[in-house]
Write a protein that binds this ligand. Structure first.
Ligand SMILES: Cc1cc2nc3c(=O)[nH]c(=O)nc-3n(C[C@H](O)[C@H](O)[C@H](O)COP(=O)(O)OP(=O)(O)OC[C@H]3O[C@@H](n4cnc5c(N)ncnc54)[C@H](O)[C@@H]3O)c2cc1C
Ligand code: SF4
Length: 482
């Protein structure tokens, strides 16, 4: 513990992001970082408490306690306080394959469980992680680590989201020969096509994939397993398969007019926006641009917030976000004590942008759409909004409002069925691939699964943790003494 009195001397200082009026003019990343000396003081706030929960990596009643990757947070903070940034990065990399992703987009489960956070504001753990990535990049320390031993076993990883990337990286480091199959034209899963560029620059994902290729991982893109690549050939050519296909089945809007032109799943819209940005000459589908439109986003969560921010950058006339549940409480409820993740009202970057641009929070709680109204060409022209109580519409609260784009951000129903049905894999009650608790082997020998496909829609940090652990289990299976 670098400075025993640090938490008494220094208050929390958050990074000041790019000013809203500047950043909404482009799709560049909005994160900024505190100055090095400020971050060093912030690291000194860590108390190295005897029972630190920040790295516990537990899940209780569906709520997280601490970092799923079990990052060695107090040690890292201590090293940062001492100015040993390179050692701190190495310490971080012991448990964490890709700090460059979570330093930007993790909701910081660790901070929800920081002991200092019980009485004061928690340590800025995520910003310190972001800083260490930037420092390592500037110092030229993000270099391929070429494995020195090869076991001779071949593993196919299906899906290149964070779970697939973490799994492939770890298997490769353990000596297996790994090929990643990805149906999209670029690797990264939702890191590439889902999470908007202003939150995670696509160059950061490409840089990691480039390093992994130099380390020996092969990527087959535009290769949908079960469609372009027969499963039978993978099962015979590879010693093991790890399925990391995500939970990509979006929940759709089951109301009259829910299929009109101008109603789209959030990920389709966000993918379209990213492609316009990174694919030269890509025009996209005109009906999926928010420019000049009144945009309604159904779903008040993080994906909806990404849609708010994207629509603002595209020049929407207005942006409204409907959430059917009541507004969350401002401070922890009695049944949500520290160190559980706090279920409290939060305002995210897109919502702050909407407040600045339109003068009010875009969210309307206990409200949703009862009908989408179309014009003669079958295009959206209005929504009929209603107030809801306990998920039931309240009679007499109908209000028809002009709309040009309706985006559905109501969560995901689970993994797609193609691979699961073809392999006849056992699934849990929610339709996710079933494995024993804390394990990754599926009901089919030599087939493993990790990430959203196994645990349901979750977070990047959980996907990374699962990918690494599945790699360990797969490696153990292949290399068990006979
Ligand atoms: C809009 C949005 C924003 C989000 N923002 C955040 C955030 O800020 N922070 C955070 O922590 N989490 C965020 N999440 C959640 C996070 O992105 C996911 O939990 C995470 O990406 C899951 O990783 P995964 O590897 O399991 O699956 P995915 O990232 O979904 O990757 C699955 C991959 O498998 C591929 N695939 C599927 N089937 C096949 C097949 N048969 N053959 C070949 N390839 C196949 C898919 O094309 C895809 O690339 C967000 C989610 C969304 C939708
Ligand atoms: S990965 Fe996320 S939860 Fe883990 S230490 Fe980093 S910011 Fe915290």
């Amino acid at each position: 513990m670098g400075k025993p009195t640090g938490f008494l001397e220094y208050g929390r200082v958050d990074a000041t992001n790019r000013p809203i009026r500047d950043r909404i003019e482009d799709f560049e990343e909005f994160h900024a970082l505190q100055a090095t000396e400020v971050l060093t003081e912030q690291a000194a706030r860590c108390m190295d408490c005897g029972v630190s929960f920040c790295h516990a990596g537990l899940s209780v009643d569906g709520l997280s306690i601490g970092c799923p990757l079990s990052n060695l947070i107090p040690e890292i903070n201590d090293l940062v306080y001492r100015g040993l940034y390179e050692t701190a990065y190495e310490r971080l990399r012991k448990t964490h394959p890709f700090p460059e992703f979570t330093g930007r987009i993790c909701p910081a489960l660790c901070e929800g469980s920081c002991t200092l956070g019980e009485h004061e504001l928690p340590v800025t753990i995520k910003d310190i992680e972001h800083f260490l990535d930037k420092h390592a990049t500037a110092a030229g320390n993000l270099v391929p680590r070429i494995p020195t031993v090869r076991t001779g076993y071949k593993v196919a990883v299906i899906g290149s989201g964070p779970a697939g990337l973490a799994c492939a990286e770890h298997l490769n480091q353990l000596g297996e020969t790994v090929t990643v199959f990805e149906r999209a034209d670029r690797p990264g899963g939702l890191l590439t096509y889902g999470i908007p560029n202003m939150k995670l620059d696509k160059g950061i994902v490409a840089r990691r994939v480039d390093i992994m290729q130099k380390e020996g991982v092969r990527f087959e893109l535009g290769a949908e397993v079960g469609v372009d690549v027969p499963l039978a050939s993978l099962l015979s050519e590879y010693d093991a398969l790890v399925l990391c296909g995500g939970a990509t089945q979006a929940r759709m809007l089951a109301v009259p007019g829910g299929d009109l032109v101008g109603v789209a799943p959030a990920v389709t819209y966000l993918t379209n926006a990213t492609r316009r940005l990174i694919d030269e000459g890509f025009e996209g589908e005109e009906h999926l641009s928010a420019e000049g439109k009144d945009v309604f986003i159904i779903g008040g969560g993080d994906t909806g917030n990404d849609c708010v921010a994207t629509a603002i950058r595209q020049g929407a006339r207005s942006v409204t976000q409907f959430e059917i549940t009541p507004k969350p409480v401002e401070t922890r409820a009695a049944d949500n004590p520290w160190p559980l993740w706090p279920r409290v009202f939060k305002t995210d970057y897109g919502q702050y942008e909407a407040i600045e641009v339109f003068g009010h929070d875009p969210r309307e709680f206990e409200t949703s759409v009862a009908e989408v109204v179309g014009d003669e060409q079958g295009r959206v022209k209005a929504v009929r909004a209603m107030r809801y109580k306990n998920f039931r519409p309240v009679e007499g609260t109908d209000e028809t409002r002009p709309a040009g784009l309706v985006l559905i951000a109501m969560g995901f129903l689970g993994p797609e069925r193609t691979l699961i049905d073809a392999l006849q894999l056992a699934c849990d009650a929610r339709g996710n691939v079933k494995t024993a608790p804390g394990h990754y082997a599926t009901s089919l020998p030599s087939v493993f699964s990790a990430g959203d496909m196994r645990r349901g829609q979750s977070l990047v940090v959980w996907a990374l943790m699962e990918g690494r652990q599945a790699a360990e289990e797969c490696h153990g299976f292949l290399n068990k003494p006979s």
